[in-house]
Structure formats: C-alpha cells, structure tokens
Design a protein around this ligand. Structure first.
Ligand code: GLP
Length: 270
C-alpha cells in the first residue's frame, strides 16, 4: 500500500489525476473505474484540463462507475434538471467535457426494472471489458467504498445495498444541493459494485480530504481487517495507492514511514 500525503485538496486532485492520466497514456484502451461524491470533483477538473490543454485522449477509454442510487434516472441523453443520479453527476463533472465515446461509459441503471439481473449484467460487462485497470475510490463516513456498507462480504460482487443512516445523512447535502428533493424522498437503496469487484481491479486509488475523514482513513489503512469498515478490505489488494491531504492523514500513526517510503521510491524510480 502506498500512502501519499499532500498539502491540500488541490494537490491530492493533481496527484490522483496524474496517476489516472499516466494509465491512459500507457494504455489508450484502458478501463477506468470511476467514483462520485465531492472528493473526486477536483480530480475530474484536472483530467478535463489535461484533456483540453495537453490532449489527454479518452476516445478509446472505457469507464465503469462504482454505484448508483436505486429509483432515479440514468438517462444520459436527457437534460439533467430533475434528478440527482450519479449518472447525471458523471455527465456534468466529467463526461460532457472530454472525448470519451458514447457507449463506452457505464453507470449502474438506477431505474432498472430487474435490479438483481442488472447487477449480474453490470458485473459481466466489467469482466467482458477485461476488468478494471484503475479503480478510483472515495471513502464514506462509515468507511464504505462504493456503497459497500458495513457488513458487506469481502467477496461481494455487484449487488443491491441498503444505505445506512450515516450515509444518508452524509450524502444528503450534495444530493439536495443539486436536486432539491426532500430528505425523506432520498433513495434508501443503491446498486454498487462489490468489494470483490474492487479487489479484482489491477490498481486501486483511494483519495480522501479533510479532518472529518481522518479517523476513518486511519481505520482503513492501519486498523484491523473488518467487513464492518469495508475500506479495510483494501489491505488485501495487491496494488493500492492512497492519496490524502494533511488533514485526512492526521490520525495515521505511521506518517513518517509513508513519507520515507515515497521518497525512497522516488529516489530509486520505483
Ligand atoms: C458516496 C459514494 C462513495 C463516496 C462517498 C464519499 O457514498 N457512494 O463512493 O466515496 O460518497 O463522498 P465524499 O467524497 O462526498 O465525502
């Protein structure tokens, strides 16, 4: 596990975007796993900048999003003024600004008539594409990755999940800001790729920012493995990069060690 500590949010965003851009430059047909929430917005802004100013080319890239609320629209062709789906978020924050091809970006369908079947289909699409090369992740207040809430099996694949009260509380502000939908109408269920799906990715890239994430980030990185904090599962992943700002890193016990490892790796170009 590489833990990279940066001064502030802008630096995390630049570091994460550079790691993703490097993957795209190495393999123009790479498969990206994408995340939502407030944290990745800066990463997407930097990827958009690199696309516009440095010709970062998404024309052969395929992407799969982690998750979607159940019961709200996925339609990527409609004007997005009435729903707060993650599909809409992705369109607004990234897809409409870059040259990724229509049909090459996937978000679970929050309006599917057969959610269980859709989960199987989504998982199969990821497999068919050859698996995820780099999976971007944020971390929820209860330690979830994707919408893998406490108690989710480390072997889980794409599935339906019931959101915890904490997740609903945490996510309501962002949800409401865009949608105006009252708290009681916020979806209580979601589709998410599983922990097993995330562990199958070839590289996991988790970003976190701010003091409010510090304790849960420390649990995820240095705490014992437990399905009660599903981000601890990343300790089982063979290639993980975690990019934190100083606030999000502030509860870690081994900060000096992580900085030392980063410097050594730089020195020996590892
Ligand atoms: C949601 C998403 C997660 C994301 C989390 C954190 O719950 N399903 O994938 O990591 O929000 O959001 P934020 O970055 O806004 O703290």
């Amino acid at each position: 596990m590489d833990v990279l500590i940066r001064k502030n949010y802008d630096e995390i965003s630049r570091t994460a975007a550079n790691i993703i851009a490097e993957q795209i430059s190495m393999n123009s047909k790479c498969i990206l796993g994408l995340a939502t929430g407030s944290t990745p917005i800066g990463t997407y802004k930097e990827l958009i900048r690199q696309h516009k100013e440095e010709n970062l080319d998404f024309s052969k890239v395929t992407s799969f999003n982690l998750d979607e609320y159940l019961g709200i629209s996925i339609d990527l062709d409609k004007p997005y003024n009435e729903d707060q789906s993650y599909a809409r978020y992705m369109w607004e924050e990234l897809f409409k600004h870059i040259n990724i091809k229509k049909g090459n970006y996937y978000v679970p369908d929050g309006l599917t008539e057969d959610p269980l079947k859709h989960c199987e289909w989504y998982e199969a699409q990821i497999k068919k594409a050859g698996g995820i090369d780099i999976q971007l992740l944020g971390i929820g207040g209860d330690g979830h990755v994707g919408f893998n809430e406490p108690g989710t099996s480390f072997n889980s694949k794409t599935h339906i999940t019931a959101l915890t009260k904490q997740t609903l509380d945490d996510n309501y502000e962002l949800f409401y800001k865009k949608s105006g939908i009252p708290r009681e109408k916020m979806p209580h269920f979601a589709i998410t790729i599983g922990i097993g799906t995330i562990l199958d990715s070839r590289h996991a890239l988790l970003i976190a920012s701010g003091k409010r994430k510090a304790d849960i980030v420390a649990e995820a990185i240095e705490g014992p493995l437990t399905s009660q904090i599903t981000s601890t599962s990343l300790q089982l992943h063979p290639k993980v990069t975690i990019v934190l700002d100083e606030d999000a890193a502030s509860s870690l016990k081994r900060i000096k060690h992580y900085k030392h490892v980063e410097n050594l790796k730089k020195k020996f170009s590892l």
